[in-house]
Design a protein around this ligand. Structure first.
Ligand code: ADP
Ligand code: MG
Length: 359
């Protein structure tokens, strides 16, 4: 696929501190790419280099093969929407949305037409005479999107735009935003520290850590095939089973976890006798009372938390506590006492231990 937006070896320093460390990233046209990572890992800094609000010390930034370095923000056509909606408080919705057109001295009829399209698209029709403070948080955020896109831009940069909204509204707006991005074929770069947002909206996720991209992949890659403990842990809840390799034949790997052997396929290169870590998501294990007799591991329930659509169990197994989610809770209560655990073998993933110690 063609590289629409490209970061090549971008390095940004603040005095001695390296905020971006030789970041390279290629973004195909029309895709939704999310920069995901903990606070301070460099997400906003990377976005600001592309928008032109800051300049990297090293490296190039290209849009459609054109080098952007040194160009002011208004020449890049990369509108940025962030958490503080930054609407003009003394202007109406109409005036806010049409601001860019007005600067260009567009005729009144054209402004009316384009604003009406935006109002319709963002479900804001009828609100054009209101001021920002007379709108809900979700409506204000939609006005900010409309203002960003009224000039027909094909790139939209979003820096944690939903953080100020309550949980239910966030889910609503993120679904709308994704549909709109697909419909208008906009290339979106979205910054968040929220794994659900990243998984549910993105074509591609770049997991960032300390100014670098640690993993680039589809939501499925990132969730089921993390390259490190850091990624596995950041993107969801996870269990790490310390294991030793028994044998590897082609893709088929057999490891020993305490007394139990586990066999599954992997691309990871491992040698017999090598230590490794098997990564298991909580929903990739099934828990049954011990007398049911099936399952590779035996454990004892320590605690549980009933969440309606699933029960989360904490289960003592060997010398660790495993987290297991049962997505089909019984009508009257949780399981207790000694249990057996079945592992969904095709969903197991393995990490080499070398250079991958816990933080
Ligand atoms: N203007 C600045 N001056 C000094 N340090 C900065 C500046 N902007 C960001 N930083 C630092 O760079 C790191 C990355 O910041 P940022 O990109 O905002 O992180 P994120 O958006 O991932 O939370 C942080 O440690 C932050 O303190
Ligand atoms: Mg930030």
């Amino acid at each position: 696929m063609e590289n629409f937006i490209e970061f090549r070896n971008v390095t940004k320093r603040f005095d001695d501190f390296v905020a971006l460390d030789h970041v390279s990233l290629s973004i195909p046209r029309g895709s939704f790419v999310t920069l995901l990572g903990p606070s301070g890992c460099g997400k906003t800094t990377l976005l600001r280099q592309l928008a032109g609000f800051a300049e990297p010390e090293e490296g190039d930034i290209l849009i459609e093969g054109r080098r952007m370095n040194g160009l002011p923000p208004y020449k890049r056509n990369t509108p940025l929407v962030f958490q503080e909606y930054a609407l003009f408080p003394h202007m109406t919705v109409y005036e806010n949305i049409s601001y860019g057109l007005k600067l260009q001295k567009a005729p009144k009829e054209e402004m009316d037409r384009r604003v009406a399209e935006m109002l319709e698209m963002f479900n804001l029709t009828g609100l054009e005479k209101r001021f920002p403070k007379q709108l809900s948080g979700g409506q204000q955020q939609r006005v900010a999107f409309a203002r960003a896109l009224i000039m027909g831009q094909k790139i939209l940069l979003l820096d944690e735009p939903l953080s100020n909204l309550d949980a239910k509204l966030r889910v609503e707006v993120r679904t709308e935003l994704r549909q709109l991005q697909q419909r208008l074929q906009i290339t979106a770069i979205y910054v968040t520290h929220d794994q659900d947002e990243a998984l549910s909206m993105s074509d591609i996720i770049a997991v960032m850590r300390k100014g670098r991209i640690e993993q680039l992949g589809t939501p499925w890659d990132i969730y089921f095939r993390p390259v490190s403990r850091f990624v596995a842990d950041f993107v969801g809840t996870v269990n790490f089973l310390p294991c030793v390799v028994e044998k590897k034949e082609g893709k088929s790997l057999t490891v020993r976890y305490h007394q139990q052997k586990l066999t599954f396929d992997t691309e990871v290169d491992l040698r017999p006798g090598e230590r490794c870590t098997v990564v298991v998501r909580p929903e990739c294990m099934t828990v049954r009372p011990e007398h049911a007799g099936e399952g590779q591991l035996v454990g004892e329930i320590q605690n549980y938390s009933f969440l309606g659509r699933y029960i989360r169990y904490w289960i003592r197994c060997n010398d660790q506590t495993l987290i297991v989610d049962d997505s089909n809770p019984g009508l009257t209560g949780a399981i207790s006492g000694r249990v057996r655990l079945s592992l969904d073998l095709p969903k197991l993933h393995v990490l080499k231990d070398v250079g991958n110690a816990p933080d």
